[in-house]
Design a protein around this ligand. Structure first.
Ligand code: FAD
Length: 398
């Protein structure tokens, strides 16, 4: 019987969920490509930067993960540079690979605005594990350097976070909460840590509902974080940040969480994209003009009742479920399913032991919400870990 050759580009939240679902059919022969050898759990990055977790706890090895399936999934660590849609070939830096069905799940990257002088030199995004690791080490080293200076006269550590969306507020809160505990537990006399959150909107978490915004704002201020709203970063140097209001702030290091754009591969693809460069897909998540090609996760923009569906890990996984069903239906000549994807909830970690959430319309805050957030993260990581352990045993026992 003929095998169905399925290529998945991107081992992120969307890509891995599709691999899981499609692997259930033994007739499917799946090839997963990623430019990195690991899956990076971006949703846990706030814990990594604040030294609560190490890099092994926020990543999953894609070789062992893919080896955990029953021989119909192969992982290739190769960067995809283009796709020849006419001849159904994926082009990597190594060679060309044929497909019957293709899933594009390459996610998004930090958009460092070119007009802002010094931004791309002195600020970094946190959407890649290597950058997140850099900040983690820089943060700990900066705390150590202050302690090394010793005495109450030590200089202040100034951390600037630009962007008060989900990732910006989580990182700011976790750093503030971690350093507070660090100082308290270790009785150091030097305690001068300034965390400033720059926000171009009127409020933090612009666009989210008011209850979440108010609770988050209150918590951030309780943690001693300074929020500067309705201001933009206009210039960055090695040790300062200039804002649109003219203010110049001291800066030891800066995290940029101010916006995202589709991954670079999307620029090269000859297909319809929207004004922001995201792939245009239809209600079945197929790419316009190519029925056998699907785009899922952060690299595409989808709508539900004319409203943009927020790009999150949750919606990326829902897209993967629909896309996998639709590939199955295409194979079996059955009608395709229209997506009705919407966010199922939101959980925002705001320092150790505290989160705010809205799940299925119910608001929670405090320790219980934090436990829920941790539970969601653990369940996700555990499933991948079980698969990866199985693969590891197979590789090292054979
Ligand atoms: C700090 C932070 C906190 C977040 N918190 C939450 C949260 O609490 N809840 C939530 O739901 N969402 C959260 N998100 C958003 C969530 O992480 C993203 O929506 C999610 O990662 C999107 O999944 P994806 O599969 O589309 O892309 P990704 O997970 O980004 O995966 C894309 C994959 O494609 C690979 N790739 C890219 N280009 C190529 C190429 N050319 N060739 C081969 N491989 C390639 C990448 O290496 C990567 O592995 C957070 C994001 C950040 C940055």
């Amino acid at each position: 019987m003929k095998k169905n050759k399925i290529i998945v580009i991107g081992g992120g939240y969307a890509g891995l969920r599709s691999v899981e679902r499609l692997s259930k059919n033994p007739q499917n022969e799946i090839l997963l490509f990623d430019k990195n050898p690991y899956h990076f759990m971006q949703t846990d990055v706030y814990d990594l930067i604040a030294n609560e977790e190490d890099f092994a706890q926020v990543s999953v090895d894609l070789f062992t993960f893919c080896s955990g399936f029953d021989n119909n999934v192969t992982f290739l660590k190769q960067k995809v540079s283009n796709v020849d849609f006419t001849h159904k070939k994926v082009i990597t830096t190594v060679q060309r690979y044929s497909y019957d069905y293709l899933i594009i799940a390459v996610g998004a990257r930090t958009k460092l605005i070119a007009d802002v002088k010094g931004l791309s030199t002195y600020a970094h995004g946190i959407k890649s594990l290597s950058h997140a690791m850099y900040f983690k080490q820089k943060f700990e080293m900066s705390l150590f350097n202050r302690v090394q200076e010793s005495g109450a006269s030590c200089s202040a550590l100034n951390i600037v976070i630009a962007g008060a969306g989900l990732s910006g507020v989580e990182i700011a809160a976790q750093m503030a909460s971690y350093s507070r505990e660090f100082y308290n537990n270790n009785n150091f006399i030097c305690r001068k840590l300034n965390i400033v959150l720059i926000n171009s909107g009127k409020h933090v978490l612009e666009g989210l509902d008011k209850v979440l915004v108010d609770k988050t704002d209150k918590r951030l201020r309780e943690l001693g974080i300074v929020i500067k709203s309705q201001r933009k970063v206009v210039e960055v140097t090695a040790n300062s940040v200039k804002l649109s209001c003219g203010e110049i702030m001291d800066m030891d290091f800066m995290i940029y969480a101010g916006g995202i754009e589709p991954s670079s591969l999307i620029n090269n693809l000859l297909m319809e994209k929207n004004q922001k460069g995201y792939i245009v897909s239809n209600e079945y998540l197929q790419v316009k003009g190519y029925d056998e090609v699907f785009a899922i996760g952060d690299c595409t923009t989808i709508y539900n009742k004319d409203k943009v569906v927020a790009p999150t890990a949750d919606t990326a996984e829902q897209m993967a479920e629909i896309c996998s069903k639709n590939i199955r239906n295409l194979i079996n000549n059955q009608p395709l399913i229209k997506h009705k994807i919407k966010s199922r909830g939101i959980l925002i970690a705001l320092g150790r032991g505290y989160a705010v959430s809205k799940i299925f319309g119910i608001y929670l805050d405090g320790y219980f919400a934090y436990i829920m957030k941790k539970l969601v993260e653990r369940v996700y990581a555990r499933k991948l870990d079980i698969r990866s352990r199985k693969g590891c045993k197979k590789i090292f026992c054979n």
